[in-house]
Structures are given as structure tokens and as C-alpha cells.
Design a protein. Structure first.
Length: 202
């Protein structure tokens, strides 16, 4: 600010020869400040629009995800198509058309983007789950079968086992009280029994 203009602002008397210059300088200052104000206003409007669009998009994502969690994933489908994908395409397309024609449409575009983001997120989640299950099944199929257990080795008889077998034979019914001579006598042929061979008699 020049000295003359500062004096005029301070209330001092300005000579008539300088009044025209002071007035022109003041007008230039006002124009410059007006441009700055206009730019600041435009910037604030752009920032506000961006904040509103972000809030609308994220709010739509939250609402659509909440509906899926509350009603169930199968309730989001109309036939083979996710309802949110169809709605996002319609609303987002309308918002894009309005924006291209200069009639606004930013709000519809933000809501459509939110619906599309939720539907696409579900598709990505399902695809990732399917791939993980496929890899798990392939790993299970490729795993080697467990080796068969080796056949048990034949039991080795020990001294105690032989003694146990002998004791069991002695306890067999019909053998108690018999001695070796009795068993031999029982095996010899009875009198009068024909033998295959003629025995020599003394």
C-alpha cells in the first residue's frame, strides 16, 4: 500500500492532485482481493464436494455391507446377479450422464460407486476363497500316502516260554499220573492182536 493510500485509510487529508491516484490504487487492491476471495470460495466448494462425495460413497458401502451381514449373502442376489451390482450400474450411470450434461449428478455417481464397490468386493472375496480351497485340495491329493506298518517279527522262544509249554503239556487231561513206562506199555500191542509182522519168540 502506497503512502498516499495509507494516509487516506488513516483518515489524513490527501491533496487533490493525488486523490485520483489513490482511488485507482484502492480499486486495484479491491479487484485483487476479490480474485483471491473468489479462488478461496471455489477451492472451499471443491473441497466440500469431495468430502460429501467420499462420505456418500463410504456410507453406501457400509449400508450395503450391513444389509448383507443382516439378511445374508443369498438375499443380495436377484437370480444370478448381485442386486448391489445392478443398482450401482444404474445409479452410477445416471450420475455419470448428469455430470456429462452439466446438470450435477455427483451425488448419484458417489452412491453408484459405493454399491459397485460392495458388489465387486464380494466377487473378489468369493474368488479368493475358491482359489484357497482349490489349492488346499490339490495339496491334499499330492501328499504321499502313509507307509504301511512293518509286519511284526516272529516271536522268539525264550527259556521261560519253553518251561511254560512243558507245564501246559503236563497239565493236559489224561496225562496226569502217567510215567514214561506207562506210556510205553500203552503203546505196546495187546495179547491176541494180530500184527503185521511175526514176532520171534524166545
Amino acid at each position: 500500500m502506497s503512502t498516499a493510500l495509507s494516509k487516506a485509510v488513516a483518515g489524513e487529508k490527501i491533496p487533490d492532485s493525488k486523490k485520483t491516484g489513490v482511488l485507482s490504487e484502492a480499486l486495484d487492491k479491491l479487484k485483487s482481493m476479490g480474485g483471491r476471495i473468489t479462488k478461496a470460495k471455489e477451492m472451499s466448494e471443491t473441497l466440500a464436494d469431495a468430502v460429501i462425495a467420499t462420505a456418500e460413497t463410504q456410507g453406501t458401502v457400509f449400508a450395503a455391507s450391513f444389509a448383507e451381514g443382516y439378511f445374508g449373502e443369498e438375499k443380495m442376489d436377484v437370480g444370478p446377479v448381485d442386486l448391489r451390482l445392478g443398482g450401482g450400474l444404474v445409479v452410477g450411470g445416471y450420475g455419470l450422464y448428469k455430470t456429462m450434461t452439466g446438470k450435477g449428478g455427483s451425488h448419484a455417481l458417489a452412491i453408484g460407486n459405493g454399491l459397485l464397490a460392495t458388489g465387486i468386493g464380494r466377487i473378489g472375496r468369493s474368488a479368493g476363497r475358491a482359489l484357497a480351497e482349490k489349492k488346499g485340495a490339490a495339496a491334499t491329493a499330492a501328499a504321499p500316502a502313509p507307509a504301511a506298518a512293518p509286519a511284526p517279527a516272529p516271536a522268539q522262544l525264550k527259556g521261560d516260554d519253553i518251561g511254560e509249554i512243558a507245564r501246559m503239556v503236563r497239565m493236559t487231561p489224561g496225562t496226569e499220573g502217567e510215567d514214561v513206562a506207562g506210556r510205553r506199555h500203552r503203546r505196546e500191542p495187546r495179547e491176541g492182536r494180530s500184527d503185521r509182522f511175526i514176532r520171534a519168540r524166545a
